[in-house]
Design a binder for this molecule. Structure first.
Ligand SMILES: CC(C)(COP(=O)(O)OP(=O)(O)OC[C@H]1O[C@@H](n2cnc3c(N)ncnc32)[C@H](O)[C@@H]1OP(=O)(O)O)[C@@H](O)C(=O)NCCC(=O)NCCS
Length: 182
């Protein structure tokens, strides 16, 4: 599903109409890259993934396509597991550095919600993270993201409550971390 080679699309029949849905890895070289950027602007996620005018190079993207249009995405980065707000001292297990994939953004455009695309994106991101040698997948969510909470708990994520300090302003946002062992 995530390799560069073409894979069969899923065809879902909704109200008698067949709809082609794909979950694909999207890189700056992919034909869907421009479409992905437009989707990130529509959902308001672009500001979370940008570095100047460009997208952060360390981020990996998986997109949900319906009839070739990007309508959902998840972005993540591979990083060593370390204690927040401390110098990055890597956690080790049996002498090996532990890596995690950290999800930066995750959304499905409103018209396409409750059709399983968010779940499919999370599952594809977990598979990609496993391929990258990550021990766990982690994300942070504010308390108001009810759909995200419901989806994550259904997928078997653990939840660790905690506040997030907004860089720059120091604002404390209540929420928590979702973590899943891969
Ligand atoms: C979170 C989000 C990506 C889910 O996408 P989605 O494609 O609708 O998710 P799915 O269709 O795979 O939903 C899977 C399950 O999650 C739960 N769920 C999803 N949305 C829900 C909602 N609004 N209320 C309650 N449960 C919900 C349900 O159990 C659902 O299964 P069901 O439809 O069979 O009942 C989408 O709601 C979204 O983009 N929200 C705004 C952005 C956001 O909150 N991002 C994440 C945190 S930054």
């Amino acid at each position: 599903m995530l390799e560069a080679k073409p894979t069969p699309s899923e065809i879902r029949i909704t109200k008698g109409v067949s709809v082609v849905r794909d979950i694909v890895r999207i890189t700056p070289d992919s034909p869907q890259w421009g479409e992905l950027v437009a989707h990130l602007e529509r959902t308001g996620d672009f500001r979370h993934v940008r570095e100047g005018q460009d997208i952060k190079r360390q981020l990996l993207f998986v997109g949900a396509l319906v009839e070739g249009r990007v309508v959902g995405h998840i972005s993540l980065q591979k990083q060593v597991i370390s204690v927040p707000s401390q110098p990055p001292i890597a956690m080790r297990l049996g002498g090996q550095v532990l890596w995690e994939s950290y999800v930066q953004t995750f959304s499905v455009e409103e018209t396409y919600r409750r059709q399983g695309l968010g779940t499919a994106l999370q599952q594809a991101a977990m598979e990609l993270s496993r391929q990258l040698g990550c021990y766990q997948m982690r994300s942070w969510s504010s308390l108001d993201k009810e759909a995200n909470y419901a989806l994550k708990l259904r997928l078997g994520f653990s939840f660790c409550p905690g506040t997030f300090t907004v860089p720059g302003t120091g604002e404390q946002v209540p929420g928590g971390w979702f973590v899943k062992r891969l």
